[in-house]
Design a protein around this ligand. Structure first.
Ligand code: GDP
Length: 330
């Protein structure tokens, strides 16, 4: 059946006016993979791009159970209490497999979900991590155009998703918990390297002492690593999302990190680099998508040829790329 075309101008105006229902509809549009939706979404984003960029963008990562949703609920309500407008997004590629998002779920953040100054959006189930990342980046543009001045992007501390999220935020906050023995056990070095601020969570009750010891040990470990930014050393703090202890310090560290980036001009560079990296990610995704459909007929045969040694991988690659209609460069 003919579907009515998307009224991009009305959507853009609604988003700018802060209409929650039109913002939700705009997000659904950027999450869609239908070609006509993709085209309308790009038109919408182009329209709203000048109104974006105004938020503090913070990534919040940690393994399941570390207390992310409790922490974000506590942080988010503090921020809205201070007059901020808070958007919570999630990057959770596993939501594709489980057909249900474990992150950014409204039921996990009951207070924020009903807060007029907050907008909680679960992870899109757009397929691949690349697809989820694209939808999330585009949703950040929409949220900012709608006037949200703090965007919190939540992700699980497993796999590639935190690298992806670090690539779309100003400050990357890693949540962890105290562990006995080797404190670094369970935190992959690569993830620690992404962190701009580290918080040892659940520093309350009988865990408080352990959390503070863990924070000191982690700070020591971080000092051994090469800093990613010359004028910033990631601080390690202890906090409790449940009692609120140390939350102000964690948020102060996030703001201080952003001020440091602003002061030496690297915030603008970081964001510009992220836009260019996003562009290349889109080129890679679109090329692979198009290749997979253009080469559908020959894919199996060419792969079999490479496996058996009848074709060199280079010749096979040229054959596959030729299905895109690209001329052989030689
Ligand atoms: P997530 O999976 O990282 O989002 O973690 P949740 O926020 O769902 O919390 C996992 C479990 O840890 C729940 O049982 C929470 O009640 C508990 N929890 C979360 N934050 C804290 C905290 O600051 N202190 C303590 N003691 N428990 C917490």
């Amino acid at each position: 059946a003919e579907r009515p075309p998307v009224d991009v101008a009305a959507l853009a105006a609604g988003v700018r006016d802060g209409s929650r229902s039109l913002l939700a509809r705009a997000i659904t549009l950027v999450e869609s993979n239908r070609p006509d939706h993709r085209a309308a979404a790009q038109e919408l984003l182009l329209d709203l791009l000048p109104d974006s960029g105004g938020a503090v963008r913070v990534g919040i990562s940690g393994v399941p159970g570390v207390g992310k949703s409790t922490f974000i609920e506590a942080l988010g309500t503090r921020l809205t209490g201070d007059g901020h407008r808070v958007a919570v997004l999630a990057v959770d590629p596993s939501s594709t497999r489980t057909r249900g998002s474990i992150l950014g779920d409204k039921t996990r953040m009951a207070k924020l979900a009903v807060d007029d100054n907050a907008f909680v959006r679960p992870s899109p189930s757009a397929g691949t991590l690349g697809g989820v990342a694209r939808a999330t980046r585009e949703t950040i543009v929409l949220m900012e155009a709608a006037g949200y001045d703090a965007v919190l992007v939540e992700t699980v501390g497993v796999g590639q998703s935190e690298v992806t999220v670090a690539g779309m935020v100003d400050t990357f906050l890693l949540l962890t918990i105290a562990r006995t023995g080797d404190q670094l056990q369970g935190i992959k070095k690569g993830i620690l390297e992404l962190a701009d601020v580290v918080a040892v969570n659940k520093a309350d009750g009988s865990h408080e002492r352990d959390a503070k010891v863990a924070a000191r040990e982690l700070a020591g470990a971080l000092r051994m690593m090469t800093p990613t930014h010359e004028s910033w050393r990631p601080p390690v703090l202890a906090c409790s999302g449940q009692t609120g202890a140390g939350m102000d310090e964690v948020w102060a560290a996030v703001q201080e990190h952003r001020c440091t980036l602003e002061a030496d001009g690297s915030l603008g560079r970081r964001r510009a680099d992220q836009q260019v990296e996003w562009m290349w990610a889109m080129v890679r995704d679109q090329l692979m998508d198009r290749l997979q459909s253009s080469a559908k007929e020959t894919l199996g045969e060419v792969e079999a040829g490479v496996r058996s040694g009848d074709l060199t991988p280079t010749l096979a690659a040229t054959r596959l790329l030729a299905t895109l209609g690209l001329p052989d460069p030689r």
